[in-house]
Design a protein around this ligand. Structure first.
Ligand code: PGA
Length: 227
């Protein structure tokens, strides 16, 4: 079954890196592979024929917002997706779920598919309220029109830490999300690598993965794509 694999390069890469990366990355796959490099490199990856996404967009359509990039501009350079609400943006930039909702809404208006990220901290998980927390965060982050969106469950404690949520944890959360979004593709993210990808991708209600660190290693991404 075809899955969605999002490569989130975060703030990594260079023209030199991209050239080397695609020398060793095998490009044939039946899955939907979406590369999300930093803004300046989106065009550089275009010639490789994969789907493209940005890692963020402005909640505004245009105007005096120095440093911001609009969803329409992202569409203009040939991308079809945009990640919104990644925990690193929620945390380092203080982004609220209302702001994520606004970004997802302008993304849809511009013809992009927003990849809306949600996830609980370690503290919330330990308190046992993780399901309700993530559901509340999701409800507050969802645009009014919910066709053509992707949702990624990314427990904050699993991102970049080498800790992965167990298949049971992922199954439990994705079943809860599925109740709210019966037809939306649901992705899992958080230390996905070549060892755990096939187990995660085989779980019920998991239509794809969002890969950070491992997506910067061409051979490892190859293995994940082959999972
Ligand atoms: P990671 O990042 O795979 O490095 O944990 C995932 C993400 O931040 O989306």
């Amino acid at each position: 079954m075809s899955k969605i694999i999002v490569a989130n390069w975060k703030m990594n890469g260079s023209f030199e890196f991209i050239e080397e990366f695609f020398q060793s990355f095998e490009s044939t796959t039946n899955h939907t592979l979406i590369f999300c490099p930093p803004f300046p490199y989106i065009s550089a990856i275009k010639s490789h024929g994969f789907s493209l996404g940005a890692q963020d967009c402005s909640p505004h359509t245009h105007g005096a917002y120095t440093g911001d990039i609009s969803a329409k501009m992202i569409k203009d350079i040939g991308a079809d997706y945009v990640i919104v609400g990644h925990s690193e943006r929620r945390h380092y930039h203080g982004e609220s779920s209302q702001l994520i909702k606004d970004k997802a809404t302008v993304a849809l208006d511009a013809g992009l598919t927003p990849i809306i990220c949600v996830g609980e901290s370690h503290q919330v998980r330990q308190s046992g309220s993780h399901i309700q927390f993530v559901i509340d965060q999701l409800q507050a982050s969802l645009p009014d029109h919910r066709q053509n969106i992707l949702v990624a469950y990314e427990p904050v404690w699993a991102i970049g830490t080498g800790l992965t949520a167990s298949p049971d944890d992922i199954g439990e959360m994705h079943a809860a999300l599925r109740n709210i979004l019966p037809t939306t593709p649901l992705l899992y993210g958080g230390s996905v690598n070549q060892e755990n990808a096939s187990v995660i991708l085989a779980l019920d209600n998991v239509e794809g993965v969002l890969v950070g660190g491992a997506s910067l290693k061409p051979q490892e991404l190859n293995q994940i794509v082959k999972s």
